[in-house]
Design a protein around this ligand. Structure first.
Ligand SMILES: C[S@@+](CC[C@H](N)C(=O)[O-])C[C@H]1O[C@@H](n2cnc3c(N)ncnc32)[C@H](O)[C@@H]1O
Length: 275
């Protein structure tokens, strides 16, 4: 199988960004999931640093099992280090593998109560293959939960000059990799195509404004994803290095405004496997 490329990579700066994003979003994602005591076996596909995998384990019963699947060895190593000493560790396993070819044993297929993935479908060429694997991993009556970006919904206000150009180049950089930066709008379709039923979409607020304690994290995250993709955007001719630097400088000015605001929502959809 042709492997998809993960645009953000896994160097320490990027791991730091991903970690802060987890600190910011995990409580609202956990609230949206609303896990109840009937959930015992959870699969987290593309588990990254494992912070959300652990957060799910933390609210589940002692005999629960949460399995994180991650392709990148550096992310796995960091996830295992971060999990060390957490009481939830006894319910956790991190396993190396691909979302498109889940490394499950025969008895594990069809055994999970919930299969979850967040910020992964935007980084794969064939999200439908991942969702098919997730549907096969859950038992009848089990849930598949998809959370992902629709980057066209992203709105900064007051809009920094040049931001539209920069953001468009960022979106195009996903497409050059064969990935879909708008996959969030397709989540219901992806579930429906794999035969899931009782599908419910939601939006999780994923923004903030100057003056909120979270705002520096919000602003750093935007700068972080753009800076991390700079080489790829410039080498692909999507933006010149000079224009990139100008736009980043104006974005840096924007974050110092007293009314700087990011309006954004994380798309969420949940479906059930028929009994
Ligand atoms: C943006 S991070 C999100 C991590 C985690 N789900 C979270 O929400 O914090 C995406 C992760 O998916 C992993 N990934 C990307 N493509 C993958 C694939 N095809 N199979 C397994 N993991 C993949 C990346 O290595 C990265 O750790």
């Amino acid at each position: 199988m042709e492997e998809s490329l993960y645009i953000h990579g896994s160097d320490p700066i990027e791991q730091d960004r991903l970690s802060r994003l987890n600190d910011w979003l995990n409580q609202s994602c956990l609230a949206a999931l609303n896990l109840d005591s009937r959930v015992h076996r959870v699969l987290d596909v593309g588990s990254g640093l494992g912070q959300f995998t652990r957060a799910m384990a933390g609210v589940l019963p002692d005999d629960a099992f949460v399995l994180g699947i991650e392709r990148d060895a550096r992310q796995l190593e960091k996830a295992r280090n971060l999990a060390a000493g957490d009481p939830a560790t006894q319910k956790l396993e991190f396993r190396q593998g691909l979302a498109e070819q889940l490394p499950l044993s025969d008895p594990e297929w069809g055994s999970f109560d919930l299969a979850h993935t967040r910020f992964v479908l935007e980084h794969v060429r064939r999200p439908e293959v991942v969702v098919r694997q997730m549907a096969a991993a859950v038992k009848p009556g089990g849930s598949v939960v998809l959370l992902d970006d629709d980057h066209a919904n992203f709105r900064l206000w007051p809009e920094p000059p040049g931001f539209a150009i920069l953001w468009e180049a960022y979106l195009r950089s996903y497409e050059r990799l064969g990935n879909d930066p708008l996959v969030g709008r397709r989540l219901v379709s992806l579930l429906q195509q794999q035969g899931l039923v009782h599908i419910e979409p939601k939006l999780i607020f994923f923004g903030g404004s100057a003056g909120q304690s979270i705002f520096p994290v919000v602003a750093e995250n935007i700068l972080g994803i753009l800076m991390g993709s700079r080489e790829w955007m410039v080498s692909e001719g999507l933006i010149t290095a000079g224009l990139f630097e100008d736009c980043i400088r104006l974005l840096d000015d924007w974050r110092k405004l007293p009314d700087a605001t990011l309006w954004y929502g994380l798309n969420y959809a949940e479906g059930r496997k028929p009994q």
